[in-house]
Design a protein around this ligand. Structure first.
Ligand code: ADP
Length: 240
């Protein structure tokens, strides 16, 4: 059988005496959306930080198409096709929307500078629903639109796997429907997604499979319907 696009095994990260991620294993296949669930503090963001190279693991393996990337800095991991958004949007607010998207191309091997980069950025902006907004300062956009810029920037490195850390949080119901369609359209392009998400409606409609974490460890995996009905998962969320 072909290697999974992403294969994480025995991943560990400690902060002092705290085991934030304590033996996480998961796989993501090409074209799949995996939900990463769990109560606050269960290690989801730390897991995303480890997979994207923002943090170094203390132990474990992270393979992308069979290549070990654990411990590599994020720019190298990006070159293997992994890209991400942040829980709190991180844009250069004094730069234009277009410049923010071009910044996401920085680590692409075949990076093309100048007008070609601007053209590509504008195409990505159109894709996320921000056609014509390239010259706007990122800091002047609404929260929803800033999130879209961050998504366009993450797509600018042409990832095979996109890590979304609560990308759908904080949106109103209309924005949520729009944002969910956008996520679905990314999968249509055969980009796999790992999404940390609390919006259950989104988990149910978008995720093919879910892994649920509690205290740094995976406690359940399966379809959204399976894990959301799992008594151990319900207990973990209720904090019993
Ligand atoms: P989640 O995303 O599931 O809410 P996190 O990965 O953010 O969980 O956090 C897991 C645990 O690790 C929490 O107890 C949190 O306080 C701790 N933690 C996260 N990042 C750091 C850090 N940089 N330094 C120390 N502790 C951290």
């Amino acid at each position: 059988m072909a290697d999974a696009l992403l294969q994480v095994k025995g991943l560990e990260r400690r902060f002092g005496g705290l085991r934030a991620v304590d033996g996480l294993s998961l796989e993501v296949q090409a074209g799949e959306i995996l939900g990463l669930l769990g109560p606050n503090g269960s290690g989801k963001t730390t897991a995303i930080n480890l997979i994207s190279g923002v943090l170094e693991p203390n132990a474990g393996s992270i393979k992308v198409n069979g290549h070990e990337v654990a411990g590599m800095p994020s720019y190298r991991i990006s070159s293997y096709g992994i890209s991400r958004t942040y829980q709190l949007v991180r844009l250069f607010s004094g730069m234009t929307v277009r410049q923010n998207v071009v910044a996401g191309m920085a680590f692409v091997h075949d990076h093309e500078f100048g007008s070609r980069a601007d053209e590509k950025a504008d195409a990505l902006l159109a894709k996320v629903g921000l056609a014509g907004q390239g010259d706007t300062l990122a800091g002047d956009l609404t929260y929803m639109n800033q999130k879209k810029v961050e998504l366009a920037r993450a797509l600018a490195s042409r990832p095979k796997l996109l890590l979304l850390d609560e990308w759908l949080a904080g949106l109103n119901p209309t924005e949520l429907i729009d944002a969910m369609k956008l996520v679905a359209s990314i999968r249509e392009e055969n980009i796999s997604i790992v999404m940390v998400e609390h919006v259950i409606e989104a988990v149910r409609s978008l995720c093919d499979r879910c892994v649920v974490m509690s205290a740094g460890m995976p406690i359940a995996s399966g379809t959204p319907a399976e894990v959301l009905a799992d008594p151990e998962v319900i207990r973990a969320y209720l904090g019993e």
